[in-house]
Design a protein around this ligand. Structure first.
Ligand SMILES: Nc1ncnc2c1ncn2[C@@H]1O[C@H](COP(=O)(O)OP(=O)(O)OP(=O)(O)O)[C@@H](O)[C@H]1O
Ligand SMILES: O=c1ccn([C@@H]2O[C@H](COP(=O)(O)O)[C@@H](O)[C@H]2O)c(=O)[nH]1
Length: 241
């Protein structure tokens, strides 16, 4: 059988933080972390360069902290720290499988990992390492979805792969509206105009400006990232108009 090849040469995967909690209410579930690490390694074996922007929703989201009275910028700093914990856990889980990985943080933490720079990320990608991008954009009032779109643009990625809790983009949040129906394809313009909240508008707009496709798929099945990279599996694809 002919070897499979990736649809894209270089991708940024936006990995849901919440996915890393598995069946728990928060934090890191070891089995889930290992399963997703194995999926990333298998995807890298297709020959694609893989950068991963990891979320922090399994630990803390700034907006929820702000609702409880924590100053928003401070709450967002806590959220960014949550993404660093996830990136370090994923880096370790990937390396346990014999695949080199590097965590780079947009929030400088020199005793824990290298600081993010475009040059460092490109260097590690070129060496075949899976790069875990922590800290989102490094600024409060943003999300890791926007971080993924930003890194996707500055690292010249061919696609943004949003590995999340739902198997695509729906007419409304399917967790709240059971009558919502799923799109197979959309344009960035349509996603923004319809206010489809699976990603924030800033992320959609940045991807649109840089003409980067977005693939939204569920991370709940083993092998989902590799399948999406091969253009298989259930997903919504957002393409430039
Ligand atoms: N139109 C929509 N189509 C699909 N999902 C939607 C839509 N609107 C809202 N959502 C919700 O968006 C969520 C995904 O976005 P979000 O980035 O908040 O979570 P995540 O991917 O789990 O990342 P993290 O846990 O790191 O914050 C889905 O779980 C879904 O409930
Ligand atoms: O650029 C960024 C990215 C993230 N944050 C904060 O981190 C949390 C967790 O990220 P999620 O995207 O929600 O998974 C987010 O809620 C923000 O509080 C940030 O400040 N800047």
């Amino acid at each position: 059988m002919a070897p499979q090849s990736p649809q894209w040469k270089r991708v940024v995967v936006k990995l849901s933080g919440e996915a890393l909690q598995g069946g728990q209410t928060h934090g890191l579930d070891g089995q889930t972390v290992d399963r997703i690490a194995a999926d990333l390694v298998s995807a890298a074996e297709l020959g694609a360069e893989i950068a991963v922007v990891v979320g922090g929703g399994n630990f803390f989201r700034g907006i929820q902290g702000a609702d409880k009275g924590i100053e928003r910028a401070r709450a967002d700093s806590i959220g960014m720290l949550a993404t660093v914990m996830n990136a370090l856990a994923m880096e370790h889980a990937i390396e346990k499988l014999g695949q080199p990985a590097r965590a780079l943080s947009a929030v400088a933490m020199p005793t824990l990992c290298q600081a993010y720079s475009r040059q460092a990320a490109l260097h590690h990608l070129g060496k075949g390492r899976i790069v875990m991008l922590a800290g989102g954009t490094g600024n409060p009032f943003f999300t890791t979805d926007t971080g993924a779109a930003l890194r996707g643009a500055e690292l010249s990625c061919d696609a943004i792969m949003k590995a999340t809790q739902v198997d695509g983009i729906y007419t409304a949040d399917p967790k709240k509206d059971p009558t919502a129906t799923r799109y197979d394809k959309l344009t960035h313009d349509e996603a923004i105009a319809k206010n489809l909240a699976v990603m924030d508008t800033a992320a959609f707009a940045l991807a649109r400006e840089n003409r980067i496709p977005i693939i939204v798929f569920s991370i709940s099945e083993a092998g989902a990232i590799r399948a999406a990279l091969e253009g298989k599996g259930r997903a919504t694809v957002v393409l430039p108009a």
